[in-house]
Design a protein around this ligand. Structure first.
Ligand SMILES: [Fe+2]
Length: 352
């Protein structure tokens, strides 16, 4: 009991700056170890605040975590029963952390060599604002949506951040976006499913336009259906569940049952939904500060990385994904990405 009160008192919760949703949790706990213990002691409160805030939480004051990737895994367990070991997922090995396989490394440095997305062209909106809306802003996605079930929650910790005004992470509130959809489109998408695919198998719009032959895949690597309207298992709220064009299947999709291909009815509907969901009133722009941990619920948010000057600045971000409560849609299903024959999930895809 005493521990619980101490933990709860270590936090203050408040709104995020310039944000239509989300919560800022500021932690004042001295050492990294004390901060982590405070988070672990306040797990139920953190989960509740995350859900109340529409699935987005920024925790500020975890500077010490930069020396302890294993602590990020402990924190991640607050948000679900299974923190994913990336060796068991459809993820290229150059992204694994050397010592902690639950940590994915996103960096422009070797061996990851992950470049930032391109700068929007033009770099500002017609009104001179930072662009967030698709298609001027690309790269909007939800993590690993090419598998069933997809991960519930993503945690991002900025170890080395580019300067302010570069390398932001954007989040779009797809619960609010769905609620604001015009009634005709809302009726149209009910019961429809998107077909999600990894970006490296030749099913992106640019691959199809170039006449590429899609990569031959094993059964567990096939594109996966996901409902366009997903009901959150905790809040019960319906949300739009879509992904950027390059993580959708433009050969046999992107929307099941609608005309296929890059110019078909399915692709037109997908682009319409992406443009709708990423309007500025639904978007939070996270400017990274040292010691920030950002927690986003993939079941109800889209997110996007943004450009930074990768020639000038090193960038290192750690990511974990947590699963275990994907909702009624997936109840009782086996993990789609686990091979039946003992092969590695990425078998035949190692060059990607
Ligand atoms: Fe992501």
């Amino acid at each position: 009991m005493g521990d619980h009160i101490m933990a709860a008192n270590s936090f203050s919760f408040g709104p995020l700056d310039n944000a239509p949703f989300g919560v800022l949790a500021t932690i004042d706990a001295g050492s990294a170890e004390a901060a982590v213990n405070a988070m672990l002691g306040a797990g139920a409160q953190l989960r509740s605040e995350l859900n109340k805030a529409g699935g987005l939480m920024v925790v500020r004051g975890l500077d010490g975590l930069r020396h302890a990737p294993g602590e990020l895994v402990r924190i991640s367990r607050i948000f679900g029963p299974e923190v994913e070991n990336y060796h068991g997922t459809l993820t290229a090995a150059r992204f694994f952390h050397d010592e902690v396989p639950e940590v994915l490394v996103l960096s422009n440095m070797a061996p990851c060599n992950h470049p930032p997305p391109p700068r929007p062209d033009p770099p500002l909106t017609q009104d001179g604002a930072f662009p967030v809306q698709f298609p001027q802003r690309g790269n909007w996605h939800t993590d690993q949506s090419y598998r069933r079930p997809p991960p519930d929650i993503t945690l991002l910790f900025g170890v080395t951040n580019p300067p302010r005004d570069q390398g932001q992470t954007l989040f779009a509130d797809c619960t609010a976006a769905l609620a604001a959809l015009d009634p005709d489109t809302r009726r149209k998408i009910d019961g429809l499913s998107g077909i999600h695919a990894p970006s490296w198998i030749g099913r992106r719009p640019e691959d199809v336009r170039a006449g590429m032959v899609p990569k031959a895949l094993l059964a567990h690597q096939q594109p996966q259906r996901q409902p366009l309207v997903r009901v959150h298992p905790v809040t019960g709220l319906p949300s739009l569940y879509i992904c950027e064009e390059k993580q959708m299947d433009h050969v046999d999709g992107p929307i099941e049952g609608l005309e296929t291909g890059v110019d078909g009815e399915g692709a037109r509907l997908l682009r319409q939904l992406l443009a709708h969901a990423t309007q500025p009133q639904f978007v939070y722009v996270h400017e990274w500060q040292t010691g920030d941990l950002v927690i986003g619920d993939n079941r109800c948010l889209l997110h996007a990385a943004t450009w930074y000057d990768a020639e000038m600045y090193p960038r290192l971000m750690w990511r974990t994904t947590v699963m275990g409560d994907p909702g009624a849609e997936y109840r009782g299903e086996a993990k789609s990405w686990i091979p039946q024959d003992g092969l590695a999930p990425m078998h035949g895809m190692e060059d990607t």
